[in-house]
Structures are given as C-alpha cells and as structure tokens.
Design a protein around this ligand. Structure first.
Ligand code: HEC
Ligand code: HEC
Length: 262
C-alpha cells in the first residue's frame, strides 16, 4: 500500500509545480540604485522593466501579439496615454499590475510595490498623456442611506448588497468592504476588467461620497445576529436549512419513539 501513498505524493508535487509555473511572475524588476533616482526617472525605469512588454514603450500599447512579456507569456496591453494618475494609482495600489498573462483577470497583490514606487510609476504614467488625476472623495459628506440606494441600483448586481462579492460570468468579484475610500472612487471611475466605468453624469461626486460611506459602513457590524463570515445569502440560507432540517429530523425521531412506547 505504501507505493500508493508515494505515487499520490509525487502526483501532488507535480501538480503543485505545474500550478506554480502557471502563476504570474511575483518578482518585479527594480533598478539597483533605486533610492538615489529622481521619482520620474525611477518611474520610467520601473515601467521599462515591468510594464513596457505589454503596454509598449512610452505606454503606446501593444495590440498585435508582438512581444514577449516577463514570465514567457506574450505581451499585450492597452495604451496608457489616456490612463492618467487615477488608473495607474488604482492598478498599482491593488497590485493588479503587472499582470502575469494579458488574458487573465488582474489579481490583487498589495505587497508588490512600496509607496515610493507607486508614486514614481503613477507620476510616469500620468506624464504620458492627459488622463484623470487621483480623486479626493469625502465619504463624511455623504449619506449612508442614499449610498445604500445607489449601491443597490449600480453595484449590488455584481458585488451583492452586503459588498461581499462573488462571481459573475467571466470574473471573480472581490469583496470591497475594507477597500480604502480613494480606491473605491478610482474603481468606480476607472472600471477595472469587466466592471463598467461610471461617468460623473451617471454617478456625481456627491453621490460617490454616499456610496463610499455606505460601503465603509458594511465592515462595521452584522445586523440580525450571526454573520457566518458574511459568505452571502445562499450559504446563509443553507445554514438555516441545515439547522432546521436537523431540528425537524430530531423532532420526528422523538415523536416516533413516543408513538412506539404508547
Ligand atoms: C458588472 C459587474 C460589476 C459592477 C456593476 C460593479 N463592479 Fe466593482 N468590480 C467588478 C469586478 C469584476 C472587479 C474586479 C476587477 C479586477 O479584478 O480587475 C471589481 C472591482 C471593484 C473594486 C476594487 C476592489 C479591490 O480589489 O480593491 C471596487 C472598490 C469596486 N469594484 C466597487 C464598485 C462599486 C462602488 C460599484 C457601483 C458603483 C461597482 N463596483 C460596480 C464588477 C462589478
Ligand atoms: C502581461 C501584460 C501586462 C503587464 C506586464 C502590465 N500590464 Fe497593465 N494592463 C494589461 C492589460 C491586459 C490591461 C487591461 C486590464 C483591465 O481591463 O483591467 C492593463 C491595464 C492597465 C491599466 C489600466 C488602463 C486603463 O486605461 O484603465 C494601467 C494603469 C496599467 N495596466 C498599468 C500597468 C503598469 C504601471 C504596469 C507595470 C508595473 C503594467 N500595467 C504591466 C497588461 C499588462
């Protein structure tokens, strides 16, 4: 029987190795004299080393399957000349960029960049064109009630009313209750991956403050008792069903016993 365990262990190790090889490159390339560089120069060098394979030199974009990106995947990405500081700051704070594979949904990795690098790359991307600056939302000026209404209307279809995320066709929707106000504003205006971008006509800055106030109120407490990790309405319903089912079966058994005795 022992060889079976050995075979299973070898198979598991091979599978892990295959998964590891398919992961995006988690290392980023940094210039050795990073700390002595002027921010814009640092940004340009980080961009050349980590971003240009997909976004092209000068952020002009790569549309044809022309270049090899880091990690051996083919580089492909949109032009960044209109992205501005807002999109750059968002994609870097979340750790969405650099992508491993241009076909994949960006995955968050918040430890990838330090604040100075985010600042440098953001300044560099902003210098490429005339994109939007980093927004300054003020959730304290918003109303949680109005925010809930707007969130239900515009966001809950994907993020669910409690903001705990889930899946939509073609994407995982992340939980957002602990995301910083600036990042929420940036996400709403930028529209990462399959999320739509909302213009100031669709959601005004004042309404955005309310949406952020509502989202930030979500992490704070559980209304109606046990939160079961806020996994969402379907698992919550199942918990109810299991408890109810066990109670009902127990009741039937008890009644059966009583009937037998009489
Ligand atoms: C069509 C579905 C959809 C709608 C509608 C939508 N989102 Fe998203 N949202 C997503 C997806 C998918 C992502 C993940 C994007 C990625 O991984 O690149 C996301 C990401 C986010 C993030 C970033 C989370 C992080 O990891 O930092 C925030 C914040 C956010 N959404 C807020 C909102 C708000 C507020 C609204 C309403 C105004 C909204 N979303 C509407 C699908 C949606
Ligand atoms: C493997 C290819 C790849 C690499 C490497 C890469 N990107 Fe991207 N980038 C993409 C793709 C594909 C998208 C579109 C994803 C989406 O819609 O969310 C994107 C989107 C972006 C956006 C949003 C553009 C917009 O207008 O909304 C920014 C900003 C960005 N990348 C910056 C960077 C920076 C900075 C780096 C280097 C640190 C980088 N990217 C590295 C492929 C890549």
């Amino acid at each position: 029987m022992r060889w079976r365990w050995t075979a299973a262990a070898v198979a598991a190790a091979l599978l892990l190795a295959a998964v590891a090889a398919a992961q995006p490159p988690n290392g980023v390339i940094r210039p050795s004299n990073e700390s002595s560089l002027h921010p814009l120069e640092l940004g340009a060098q980080l961009f050349a080393g980590n971003c240009a394979s997909c976004h092209g030199s000068g952020g002009r974009g790569v549309t044809g399957p022309a270049q090899r990106a880091a990690g051996g995947t083919r580089g492909q990405g949109p032009p960044l000349t209109g992205a501005g500081a807002m999109a750059a700051d968002f994609y870097l704070r979340t750790g969405y960029m650099p992508l491993g594979n241009p076909k994949n949904q960006p995955e968050p990795d918040r430890k990838l960049w330090n604040p100075r690098e985010i600042h440098a790359l953001t300044a560099y991307v902003a210098s490429l064109g005339h994109g939007e600056p980093i927004p300054h939302p003020d959730p304290a000026a918003g109303s949680v009630g109005e925010g809930q209404q707007l969130f239900t209307e515009h966001c809950a279809g994907c993020h669910q009313v409690a903001g705990q995320g889930g899946v939509v066709t073609g994407a995982r929707v992340p939980p957002i209750e602990h995301v910083a106000p600036v990042e929420i504003a940036e996400a709403v205006r930028t529209g990462p991956f399959l999320m739509p971008a909302f213009s100031k006509q669709q959601i005004t800055d004042r309404e955005l403050n309310s949406i952020i106030a509502y989202v930030r109120s979500l992490g704070a407490h559980d209304q109606g008792g046990w939160g079961i990790g806020r996994v969402g309405p379907i698992p919550e319903g199942m918990v109810t069903w299991f408890i109810a089912a066990i109670a009902l079966v127990a009741l039937c058994v008890l009644l059966g016993e009583r009937l037998k005795r009489t």
